[in-house]
Design a protein around this ligand. Structure first.
Ligand SMILES: Cc1cc2nc3c(=O)[nH]c(=O)nc-3n(C[C@H](O)[C@H](O)[C@H](O)COP(=O)(O)OP(=O)(O)OC[C@H]3O[C@@H](n4cnc5c(N)ncnc54)[C@H](O)[C@@H]3O)c2cc1C
Length: 333
């Protein structure tokens, strides 16, 4: 790993200025799990790391906030996955975020990894992560297309077939989160607008400009009788990356599901909201048959590569399971 300077700005404004002054040569550091991995893997060698964890009290409070914000909930970018997993204030309405945070990575990683870093981490694709290979993110071809593609995208792929790595992004998509950005153009945007599809720009995964800082995520006021849930399937349940993830949110009143959101993870280059599944479920009473139809609709457009057709029944089964649990309908024997 190349030597680097570690800066500890006291304000967000100072952090943004340091990170934008020499954009190709600086990187913001939160938990550092992904960033330091990339540096150790020889993918990047920033000359300056701008530490976000040593901000002065005022900005640190914003970045570490976790709790009510108006009628909704705010989660500061420096809140760790372990804190999210242990947060009892989420209740049933926002359970998907608690469950997602508790399922990601390992306890050690969850103690350091932050919401902001989790959303903005780079893909785990083994071609992208190999310092001696030049994939579409640095060159002209996605090496997964003709290579080993067991873990790659089945939905929304092309020209790159990465899957988005963030577990929190899957849950936050189902929960209709927004994110607040500070820097040259301060703004709050729906989470979906944070992510960039490979068709928009195959070189990057998010829309932040150098020096922009993700400050917090905001969950809107929950709907009446809102409930939510998340689950993942992994090869090794204890510490692996997911093969597929599903998160669901709904209001369940008078036996009818409304305001339904369905998100899938690790199946597409962005967290994948399935409006097709939502349309099947919206305004109907929950039932096993309806959940099966929703799962089928969610994967109807899937286009597997050579090695990953298994993800279709896997994601369908997982989505059905989460729907059953969230709606309180017992799974069939
Ligand atoms: C064995 C293993 C298993 C894992 N399993 C999972 C899993 O199941 N699910 C999952 O989601 N992840 C998984 N991870 C990845 C891990 O969760 C992420 O690396 C971690 O969440 C990144 O967070 P961080 O705070 O350490 O980010 P950092 O490494 O500090 O930052 C990541 C990126 O985001 C940028 N950044 C960070 N914060 C901000 C901010 N506030 N504003 C602007 N830019 C910012 C940094 O510049 C950097 O480019 C796993 C990792 C390992 C090693």
């Amino acid at each position: 790993m190349q030597p680097f300077v570690l800066s500890r700005p006291k304000t967000l404004a100072e952090a943004a200025e340091l990170a934008s002054a020499r954009p190709q040569d600086s990187a913001l550091r939160a938990g550092g799990i992904d960033l330091i991995d990339r540096m150790k893997e020889g993918l990047e060698a920033p000359a300056r790391l701008v530490e976000l964890r040593w901000l002065g009290e005022a900005d640190r409070e914003v970045m570490r906030a976790l709790g009510p914000e108006g009628d909704g909930v705010q989660v500061g970018a420096l809140v760790t996955l372990a804190q999210l997993a242990a947060h009892e204030g989420f209740g049933e309405a926002h359970a998907a975020l608690r469950e997602a945070a508790g399922s990601a990575a390992t306890p050690t990683i969850r103690n350091a990894a932050t919401l902001g870093g989790n959303l903005l981490q780079r893909p785990r694709c083994w071609y992208f992560r190999h310092a001696d290979l030049v994939c579409l993110k640095g060159g002209s071809a996605c090496l997964a297309v003709s290579g080993e593609n067991k873990f790659h995208a089945i939905l929304g792929g092309g020209p790159s077939f990465i899957v988005h790595p963030s577990t929190l992004a899957c849950a936050l998509t189902a929960l209709d989160a927004r994110v607040e950005i500070r820097g040259a153009s301060p703004r709050t945007l729906p989470l979906a607008e944070l992510f960039v599809t490979p068709k928009q720009d195959a070189k990057r995964e998010h829309a932040l400009q150098p020096g922009e800082v993700l400050v917090r995520a905001i969950l809107p006021k929950p709907g009446p009788e809102q409930r939510s849930g998340y689950a993942a399937v992994k090869e090794k349940q204890s510490h692996d990356w997911p093969l597929a993830e599903a998160a669901v949110k709904m209001s369940l009143q008078s036996g009818v599901m409304t305001d339904v959101r369905v998100a899938l993870g690790h199946v597409a280059p962005i967290p994948w909201r399935s409006r097709e599944a939502e349309a099947v479920l919206e305004g109907k009473p929950p039932s096993e048959a309806l959940f099966a139809a929703a799962a089928k609709a969610a994967l109807a457009e899937a286009k597997p590569l050579r090695d990953n057709a298994y993800k279709i029944p896997l994601a369908q089964g997982l989505l059905r399971e989460v729907l059953h649990r969230v709606a309180g309908v017992p799974l069939p024997e």
